[in-house]
Every structure is written in structure tokens, then in C-alpha cells.
Design a protein around this ligand. Structure first.
Ligand code: NI
Length: 191
């Protein structure tokens, strides 16, 4: 088990487009160890997801897991999912405004618009192909992690800078209204 250092906004690796992993590379001990480290680092930091470039490795690999997450207690559960070479596409024009944070952007949150219904195609850590529909906050988490692999941060998608808050001020002034709105959304969408 290795918890790696998470690089923060300003580090150029977060702004690079990460490259695809070949099927042969995916099977190597180095890449399998990288995936283990991503999982360990994500869990140690209570992240809902982490992308490989967040630990300094510009490969298109991200891990996602939500399980009673103290950073985002309103998020529906997502079992551990290893996502390699993802291709994500919106299924329609429905959007939802989600308050997001990021392990690479310490102590800041802001509101971004995310697609509610997306199709995600990817490989798992064994190289098996997946083609899935993801909805709601879970779709938002997939979009956030796929953005990382394209060198984007949630900061780039915040259209109203007045929604930026520290985690402390979010708790104090904004959390209740957001959780009420988003819980209603989660009930409607189911994820
Ligand atoms: Ni992030």
C-alpha cells in the first residue's frame, strides 16, 4: 500500500492531456502498481475519485469510489471502479449545477454545470471493455475525473466565480441549501 503525494493546481502535469494506455502496458506490474497506488491515495485523502496525473503520471487512468464519503456525504455510493482510456459523451442536453471540490485544489469549492446523463466507455484494470450509462451525481464524478485526463480542472468550468468558497465557508453558509437541492435531485434521478 502506497499513498502518493497529490500534486496541486499550478503543477503543469495537471494541464497536460494524459495519454492512452496500451493493452500491453496495462498488464505490466508498473501500471498495476500505479492503479493500486491511485486507490490507496484516493482513499487516504477521502476523494471520490483521482486521476493518474494527480499523482504526477500522465496516463489515462482514473479510479472512482464513493462509500460514506465524509467530503461528499450526499453523493450516492459508487463501488470501486478503475477507469482506463475513458471516452465520455453526453446523452442529451440535461444539465445540473453541482458544487465540486478537488484533491488538487486544496480548500476551494465552486459550482459547475454537468451533464446528467452520459455514456462512458472504458477498460477496467484487466483490460475488459465497459460501455455504461451513468446518471446524476455519479455522471458528474465521471465527468470531473475525465476532465483531469484532458488537463482540465473544475475551476475552468465555474461560470460564476461568486460561487467559490473555502470548505469552511461552504459548511457555514452554503451547505444546507446545496444539500437540500441536490438531495431532491438525487431522489429524482436515482444516482
Ligand atoms: Ni479532481
Amino acid at each position: 500500500m502506497t499513498v502518493r503525494e497529490i500534486v496541486t493546481v499550478g503543477h503543469p502535469v495537471l494541464r497536460e492531456r494524459a495519454r492512452d494506455v496500451t493493452i500491453d502496458e496495462l498488464a505490466t506490474p508498473d501500471v498495476q502498481r500505479l492503479i493500486d497506488d491511485l486507490v490507496d491515495t484516493m482513499r487516504a485523502a477521502n476523494g471520490a475519485g483521482i486521476a493518474a496525473n494527480q499523482i504526477g503520471v500522465p496516463l489515462r487512468i482514473t479510479t472512482i469510489e464513493v462509500n460514506d464519503n465524509p467530503r461528499y456525504p450526499y453523493k450516492p455510493r459508487i463501488p470501486l471502479t478503475v477507469v482506463v482510456n475513458p471516452v465520455i459523451e453526453p446523452l442529451d442536453d440535461e444539465l445540473v449545477e453541482i458544487n465540486e471540490g478537488c484533491l488538487s485544489v486544496p480548500n476551494l469549492r465552486g459550482n459547475v454545470m454537468r451533464h446528467v446523463n452520459v455514456r462512458v466507455r472504458y477498460l477496467d484494470r484487466d483490460g475488459a471493455e465497459h460501455d455504461e450509462i451513468r446518471r446524476g451525481l455519479t455522471a458528474g464524478t465521471f465527468q470531473h475525473e475525465c476532465d483531469h485526463l484532458d488537463g482540465m480542472l473544475f475551476l475552468d468550468r465555474v461560470t460564476d466565480p461568486t460561487t467559490f468558497t473555502t470548505w469552511e465557508q461552504f459548511e457555514r453558509f452554503h451547505r444546507a441549501a446545496f444539500v437540500e437541492r441536490i438531495s431532491e435531485f438525487v431522489r429524482r434521478v436515482g444516482s
